[in-house]
Design a protein around this ligand. Structure first.
Ligand code: CDP
Length: 209
């Protein structure tokens, strides 16, 4: 069985998907983390991003492994590094490259192939698994989403985070390759005023219907 969860930054996808996966004893795959790994690899001197051709070529040198929601880039654990704000600021550019998407989408399908799997991302219901058994689109107000991210860190101001999220959403929603969309048959949940448990309950109720 495949459960697809899409939505913009900070809508609660990963937190919720992880919990639902625990409850259902499903594999959880955070596809955003995979785009973050390719981005991390391509940050020169860990600051400036490589050009598009170099990023595409880097796919031959990259080995991505996901083991129980831990992320290994060429056998190095990068759980913390992929969440750095310089990665967040550059990931949408990398994720808009067709070759990068083709590479990661096949990897995602391969990982999910023989498992009951819940995946979260931007194009899960539209591209990766258009025939998913259940599709959800999580959303929340920009203020709430920025607040959530603000509380997770201590480096950026609330305003900076809000601007970063807005820019990233705009880029993700308007790109040519697999833009973030809500597919017609997805159940939309506005998580602005809901607790993590409340959202999990709504999803589990749909899945158990
Ligand atoms: O956790 P957060 O919502 O901040 O982002 P993420 O899920 O880690 O995804 C980071 C970025 O990767 C997104 O802003 C997209 O540009 C890209 N992404 C994508 O294009 N397709 C996916 N299936 C997942 C992420």
């Amino acid at each position: 069985m495949i459960i697809a969860i899409d939505g913009p930054a900070g809508s609660g996808k990963s937190t919720i998907a992880k919990k639902v996966a625990e409850q259902l004893e499903f594999t959880f795959l955070d596809t955003g983390a995979m785009y973050r790994m390719v981005t991390l690899y391509n940050l020169v001197d860990s600051q400036k991003l490589e050009d598009e051709q170099t990023i595409i070529q880097s796919l031959n040198k990259i080995n991505i492994k996901v083991v129980k929601n831990h992320f290994y880039l060429n056998n190095q654990l990068v759980d913390k590094e992929i969440r750095m704000d310089k990665v967040s600021r550059n990931v949408s550019y990398v994720a808009a490259i067709k070759e990068v998407r083709n590479y990661l989408v096949s990897l995602q399908r391969e990982i999910a192939k023989n498992n009951n799997c819940i995946l979260d991302g931007r194009d899960i219901a539209s591209v990766v698994f258009p025939n998913a058994d259940y599709k959800f689109y999580l959303n929340a107000s920009i203020t709430e989403r920025a607040n959530r991210r603000f509380k997770e860190q201590d480096k950026q101001s609330l305003e900076e985070i809000k601007q970063d999220i807005k820019n990233r959403d705009m880029y993700d929603m308007t790109r040519k390759e697999s833009p973030l969309i809500k597919v017609a048959d997805a159940v939309e949940i506005d998580t602005s005023n809901l607790s993590i448990n409340q959202v999990c309950k709504l999803i589990l109720a749909e899945v158990k219907k």
